[in-house]
Design a protein around this ligand. Structure first.
Ligand code: HEM
Ligand SMILES: *[C@@H]1O[C@H](CO)[C@@H](O)[C@H](O)[C@H]1NC(C)=O
Length: 333
């Protein structure tokens, strides 16, 4: 009798201790960044599910939306903060990020509005565009056959989009590996993480305007001759008409699937960008390329780790920023 009572109190004590510690851990986890897993669990519990469903519906109708969801993560989060500044239209005073040359090729923004509208119908003015951008990217990765990545939420939206800061943060199409490693390094992404993120170029396309510098006036000597033939066929003019839709698929083999084919391609000198060639040969990165070419699982785990860091880059939280009503315009004050 006495011992069962002791056991009862001991169990109760253990239970309380565990509950209390996990509550504390949860709180500190949230406090380090202001982001948390399932941040909308009380305010909009169905948010993540709505975004998932919308991405599935949109993907069914327009397969290339998934490339855009994924690429948006890079173009928003790498530029100062994951604050959906990428989605803002220019104002009379300021040219926005998405409306400059450096955002060339980004597409499908209007479908992000479709997702935002679906979320607003259920929970008006609760879920930020920054979280919708990140979570649609996460679901886009799944649609393309990539890994499911658990991600925190609670990001708030920035009020400004500044085209003039892109140069400082966003590596250009012709950027060298050293600059690329430095830029991502500043966000806490190491060499292996950079190599893993570039595996996103296993889907989608690159327009000839971003490639011709490797073909004309001379062909870059490192390129695989069979790939050169293909690139010249797709990009027959040294100065392509920027309005013409001339492009080469990033991965000719499986252009719609997020797989580790990218690494096999670049080891075979079939990369499109300078940095693709350089990560396969530079001593800081080539061993990661080989490992990711060999193991899709290894790539998936490094890709998930790097996407997590990228999507937690310097978020606005708490009372910073705002929850935009419409993703392309800041709220009026
Ligand atoms: C050094 C870093 C990077 C550079 C220089 C770079 C450059 C480019 C360029 C030039 C294009 C072609 C755009 C066009 O012609 O339409 C492209 C496409 C793409 N990039 Fe990157 N990128 C980088 C990193 C990333 C990262 C980190 C991601 C995702 C996490 C990403 C995802 C994509 C996707 C999905 C596409 C295909 C888009 C489409 O077909 O609509 N890129 N990138
Ligand atoms: C990349 O190309 C742009 C023109 O599109 C040029 O202004 C810039 O200097 C080039 N950067 C590098 C690193 O070569």
């Amino acid at each position: 009798m006495g011992s069962s009572k002791t056991l009862f109190f001991f169990s109760l004590f253990c239970f309380l201790a565990v509950a209390l510690t996990s509550a504390l851990v949860e709180e500190t986890e949230e406090n380090t960044l202001g982001l948390a897993m399932n941040y909308y669990k009380d305010t909009c519990p169905q948010a993540e599910e709505i975004i998932r469903e919308q991405v599935k519906l949109l993907y069914k109708r327009h397969k290339n939306t998934a490339f855009s969801w994924l690429r948006n993560i890079f173009h928003d989060c790498a530029v100062e903060s994951c604050d959906a500044s990428l989605l803002l239209d220019s104002t009379r005073r300021e040219l926005s990020e998405k409306e400059t040359d450096r955002s060339f090729g980004l597409r499908n923004f209007r479908y992000l509005d479709t997702i935002k509208e679906a979320v607003e119908r259920e929970c008006p003015e609760v879920v930020s565009c920054a979280d919708i951008l990140v979570l649609s990217g996460r679901e886009g990765i799944v649609a393309l056959g990539g890994p499911y990545i658990p991600l925190k939420t609670g990001r708030r939206d920035g009020r400004r989009s500044r085209a003039d800061i892109l140069e400082k943060y966003l590596p250009d199409h012709n950027e060298s590996i050293s600059v690329v490693l430095e830029r991502f390094g500043a966000m806490g992404i190491d060499a292996s993480g950079v190599v893993a993120l570039l595996g996103a170029h296993s889907v989608g396309r690159t327009h000839c305007v971003k490639l011709v510098h490797r073909l004309y006036p001379e062909v870059a000597p490192e390129l695989n001759p069979s790939h050169v033939e293909h690139m010249l066929h797709k990009c027959p003019d040294a100065i392509p008409d920027p309005k013409a839709v001339q492009y080469v698929r990033n991965d000719r083999g499986t252009p719609m699937i997020l797989d580790n084919n990218y690494y096999k391609n670049i080891l075979d000198n079939k990369g499109l960008l300078i940095v693709d060639h350089q990560i396969a040969t530079d001593k800081r990165t080539k061993n990661f390329v080989k490992k990711m070419a060999k193991s899709q699982d290894y790539w998936f785990s490094e890709f998930s780790r790097a996407i997590t860091i990228l999507t937690e880059n310097n978020p606005l939280t708490g009372t910073q920023g705002e929850i935009r009503k419409q993703c392309n315009v800041a709220n009026k004050h």
